[in-house]
Design a protein around this ligand. Sequence first.
Ligand code: ADP
Length: 628
Amino acid sequence: MIQAIKRSISRKIMLLVLATTLTALLVSAIVSLLYDMRTYQKSLVNDLVTQADLLGRVSAPALEFADPKAAQENLAALRVRPMVTQAALYAPNGQLFASYFRAGNDRTGLPKTLQPEGFRIEGDRIAVFHHVADDRDLIGTVYLEARYGQNERLKSYLLILAAMTATSLVVALGISSWLQAAVTKPILAVADGARDVMQRRDFSVRVEKTTDDEIGLLVDAFNDMLHEVGQRSQALLASNRTLQEEMQERRAAEEALLAADRRKDEFLATLAHELRNPLAPLSNSLAILRLAGGNETAASAARSIMERQLKQMVRLVDDLLDVSRISTGKLALRAEPVVLQAVVSDAVETVSPLIEARSHTLDVALPEQPVHLRGDATRLAQVFANLLGNAAKYTDPGGRISFGASTDGAQAIVKVADNGIGIPPHMLGNIFNMFTQVDGSLERTQAGLGVGLSLARHLIELHGGTIEVHSGGTGQGSTFIVRLPLTPPVDAPEPAKDDGAIAPAGPRHRILLADDNVDFAGTMATLLREMGHEVRVVHDGLAALEAAGAFQPEFAFCDIGMPKLNGYDLARRLRALPALQHTVLVAITGWGQEHDRERAHAAGFDRHVVKPITFEQLLSLLEVRRSA
Ligand code: ADP
């Protein structure tokens, strides 16, 4: 198409130049031909008339004296005029007086009769009749005939015209090619640029400006337009790219959300299952207790079942709280110097019942020298107990579990290995993610909430360590390796003294119990009375405030969500009573988040305990003493 444009523009310019040249040439040639022919005829006639006049004058005496011989001689002088072919002198009566014929000319061609004065043209001949007169009278007539020569003149004129036209066309061609360079080149450059843009979508193309005329203006406009379109298309491309990236990010985020949602659903199902599990033995044990009557053996068996199941539930709820602390970034350590062996012994003690119940053999190999670390002993024990518990859970009964610790440079290395069901390779990368559990019927029956390993990794990382897993695959057993930084040994720390304000209390106390859960308050009161304490029970905040004034308890165990006056307001009002300056205020509540703890302390509570409260916790609480 561009090629066609190219040819068409060049051809048009060429045709324009040639047509203009030809037209101009033809018009001027025709005009000058007509003019020339007319001028030629005029000058020829003038010439012949002058010649005839001269002949008349010279031959006048011969005519007057009737001397044809002299006249003949005068006519013979026409030999020097080659164009004159014949001539004659006539007497006034019209009779031929003398004649002249150019050699080779037909002698019969003279007019028989006289014609009026003037000229005539016949074919290629021109003839002039001219009167000869003396003063008044006509004495004769001169006749001159010559070759007109107009055809030859026309021929040579046309030849010259042809040569001129050819030369002009050559010159015109030269001009047209110059014009092409000057005019079509910039236009074709614009067309080439347009083609490049169309074919390659390349808006960086620019056409070189060679002239400052209208074409230069066109080139500028074209370049500006390309610049503008280029910028817009760049902006469009960029925004397309951003849109695509955003779409990808959104898709990834959606997928991550869906995956998290799926994991959460699975987790909730597991949670419901795990929380319901201990309920059946608990309710069975309650029935046993009701029926057991005096059968102390059955009652004690039922109690230990209840204790175990309760512990299991408490552990689940603790794990959940830890999960929440992790997701809010509030999982903090109480770091202090610890000895690895002591931590391991705690963990082993916790898991021993499960290991025994599943008839596993546990080999523990620890260095003889104490291994010193800095960390939170409870949390480290939780991690090792979790690893050992998993080894026990995910190994068929009668398996082998080994717990080994060693040091390597500045690191303590702990390995927990089992010969259990192992972990398939595709799960190894996910095992430390929250709510991840390897599928399978055995695992499902044994599984917990799928948060233990995730918690373990967070806790180990908080200690500046790492945890990794190795397994040959399903049925090949698993090995977990924990690395922790060692610290130089330090002297055993003084036992902590609860910021010095609280000191151990005596054995019998006045205790105020405020809780709108009548069953909880009732059972707690029974327990405390069994332990020998004096207990006052109330079920709302205002009653608690009233009772406290009169009773002046050493301990007030208060729920937070209570009718009439909530636990926080109650604590503030109790703290304001001078008589209760020494009272230890304990919040016993179902709200166990970090900010609940902080709020309780801010309101004036000395301790914040999450339900259910164990007997051991109760004992240690009663050892707390407050000095105002
Ligand atoms: P769970 O409460 O399910 O035990 P964990 O986070 O402790 O949660 O473990 C996550 C999953 O990792 C488990 O459900 C189990 O499938 C797998 N797992 C953990 N420890 C072992 C092990 N020693 N052997 C085989 N599988 C294990």
